[in-house]
Design a protein around this ligand. Structure first.
Ligand SMILES: *Cc1c(COP(=O)(O)O)cnc(C)c1O
Length: 415
C-alpha cells in the first residue's frame, strides 16, 4: 500500500482495513455510476451532441443550438417533458426561488413536507421577512417536521392540505439538519399520497446533492418539477456556474418566463462560452458523484472506528453526497475544517476561522479550496459552531483526494 509520508502508518493500516470492509459497498456505488454513465451517454448520443454545440451566440442569444440541445439532454436524463439549464441561474438558492416564484400566485400555499427548508431559503420564502420574499407577494407556507426526524408525517400532511395548497415541497438532502436524506422510494410514496388527496398539487423537489446518487431521479417517481445547482453534482466539477430546472412543460415555461420575460422565455439567453463545460461536466458527473459517495462512506467508516457518530452510517445506503459527523467539541470542528482546507488543491495555505454569516444563528466555519468558487462537489466541509458540533463533509472529485484529506482530518482530530 502506498504510504503517505505525512500520515501515521497506524492510521494507514486502519484505512486499508476499512477499504476492505467497504469493498461491497464501493461495488454497489460503482454499479450506480455505471448505470448513470450509460443513461447520460445515451442521451448525448440520441441528441447527436457535436462540436458545434459548444459555440454560443451573443446579444439576445436567439437560436443557440447547443443551449437548446443541452436542455433536451437534461430532459432526457431526468425523463421530463422539458428543462431549463442556464448560466444565468446563479446557484441552487436562485434556482429554487426562481421556480417557486414562477409557479405560485398570490393566495397559494407551499407545504414543506421535509421540515424547515435549507437555511439560505429563509428570506426567499419569508420565514425571515425580506423584500421580494414569497410571503411579501402573498404566498403563504406551512412547515411539517419529519416524524422521528426521518419519516414523512402523512397524517400531518393530509391535515395541512387545503384548497390553497399549490406546491408540496421535498428537500432531498439534509442541509444543515442532521437527518437522513430522502430516497427516491420515499419520494414515490409521498407523491402518490399527495396526488391521491388532490392530483393537481405540484410536487416539487430540491434535488441539490442528490443527482446521480441513485440510478433513478425524483422525476422518475412522479414529482412534477425538480431543481438543482450546477456547481454541485450535475456540473461534474467543471461547470463554472449555473442551475437547472426539469419537469412538466407548462411549469418549465413559467420558470423561463420568470427568468427572462413573458413571451421571451427559453428563446433568449446567450450561454457566453459556458456550454462546453456544461456538457463535459455532465458527461463526467456520474463518475465524480460516485467518487464523492465513496468518500462519504470512507469518512464514516474511519470516524466510526474512533467512536464518533456518523450519518449516514458507513454501511448504510447513501441518498446524497453529504456526510455528517458529530465531533462533540467546537475545537474539533475547527481542526477538521482546517485539515480539509490544508489538503485542498487551491488555497491550501489558508486557515479558515468561524465567522458570522447572514441567515445563520451561530458562527459557521467553512473549508473550500475549490477551482470553482463555492463548488461543493469539490472537496469541502463546513460546520455551524453549535451542539452537537457536527461537521458536514461533501465531495472530492476523486476518491484518492478525498481519502487523503479525510486521513489528514483524522490525524488532526486525534492529536
Ligand atoms: C446547496 C443547497 C441549496 C442552495 O444551493 P446554493 O447553490 O448554495 O445556493 C439548497 N438546498 C440544498 C439541500 C442544498 O444542499
Amino acid at each position: 500500500m502506498f504510504a503517505y509520508p505525512d500520515i501515521d502508518p497506524k492510521l494507514l493500516t486502519i484505512a486499508e482495513n476499512k477499504e476492505k470492509e467497504l469493498s461491497a459497498v464501493f461495488q454497489s456505488v460503482e454499479d450506480i455510476s455505471e448505470a448513470n454513465q450509460y443513461k447520460v451517454l445515451s442521451s448525448f448520443i440520441k441528441n447527436r451532441v457535436c462540436e458545434a454545440d459548444f459555440n454560443s451566440g451573443s446579444g439576445y442569444g436567439y437560436n443557440e443550438v447547443g443551449r437548446e440541445k443541452l436542455e433536451q439532454v437534461y430532459a432526457d436524463i431526468f425523463h421530463t417533458e422539458d428543462a431549463l439549464v442556464r448560466p444565468q441561474i446563479i446557484c441552487g438558492t436562485h434556482a429554487l426561488y426562481l421556480a417557486l416564484s414562477a409557479i405560485t400566485l398570490p393566495g397559494d400555499e407551499i407545504l414543506f413536507m421535509t421540515g424547515s427548508p435549507y437555511d439560505s431559503l429563509e428570506q426567499s420564502i419569508g420565514i425571515t421577512d425580506s423584500p421580494n420574499s414569497l410571503k411579501e407577494h402573498g404566498i403563504t407556507h406551512k412547515i411539517i417536521p419529519m416524524l422521528n426526524g426521518c419519516d414523512f408525517d402523512f397524517d400531518a400532511i393530509r391535515n395541512a392540505i387545503s384548497e390553497h395548497t399549490k406546491v408540496a415541497y421535498i428537500q432531498r438532502s439534509k442541509g444543515y439538519v442532521n437527518r437522513p436524506s430522502i430516497s427516491c422510494d420515499q419520494i414515490r410514496d409521498v407523491v402518490s399520497f399527495v396526488k391521491q388527496i388532490r392530483d393537481n398539487i405540484i410536487v416539487f423537489v430540491d434535488n441539490c446533492y442528490g443527482e446521480f446518487v441513485e440510478a433513478i431521479e425524483p422525476t422518475d417517481v412522479g414529482c412534477d418539477i425538480c431543481v438543482g445547482s450546477l456547481i454541485k453534482n450535475p456540473g461534474g466539477g467543471l461547470a463554472p456556474m449555473g442551475g437547472y430546472i426539469v419537469g412538466r412543460k407548462d411549469l418549465i415555461e413559467r420558470c423561463a418566463y420568470r427568468l427572462t420575460a413573458p413571451g421571451l422565455g427559453k428563446e433568449i439567453g446567450g450561454s457566453l462560452g459556458s456550454l462546453k463545460s456544461f456538457y463535459q461536466g455532465l458527461s463526467l458527473a456520474p463518475k465524480v458523484v460516485g467518487e464523492a459517495v465513496k468518500n462519504a462512506h470512507f469518512l464514516a467508516a474511519m470516524y466510526e472506528n474512533f467512536g464518533y457518530y456518523a450519518s449516514p452510517a458507513s454501511h448504510e445506503t447513501h441518498h446524497c453526497i453529504v456526510e455528517a459527523v458529530d465531533l462533540n467539541d467546537p475545537e474539533k470542528v475547527i481542526a477538521f475544517c482546517r485539515a480539509i482546507q490544508h489538503a485542498s488543491f487551491v488555497d491550501s495555505y489558508v486557515t479558515p476561522e468561524p465567522y458570522d454569516m447572514p441567515g445563520y444563528q451561530d458562527k459557521v466555519i467553512m473549508a473550500s479550496g475549490a477551482f470553482m468558487n463555492g463548488s461543493s462537489l469539490e472537496l469541502s466541509a463546513d460546520g455551524p459552531i453549535r451542539e452537537p458540533y457536527t461537521v458536514y463533509f461533501q465531495g472530492g472529485l476523486s476518491y484518492e483526494h478525498g481519502k487523503y484529506a479525510i486521513l489528514r482530518s483524522l490525524q488532526a482530530i486525534l492529536t
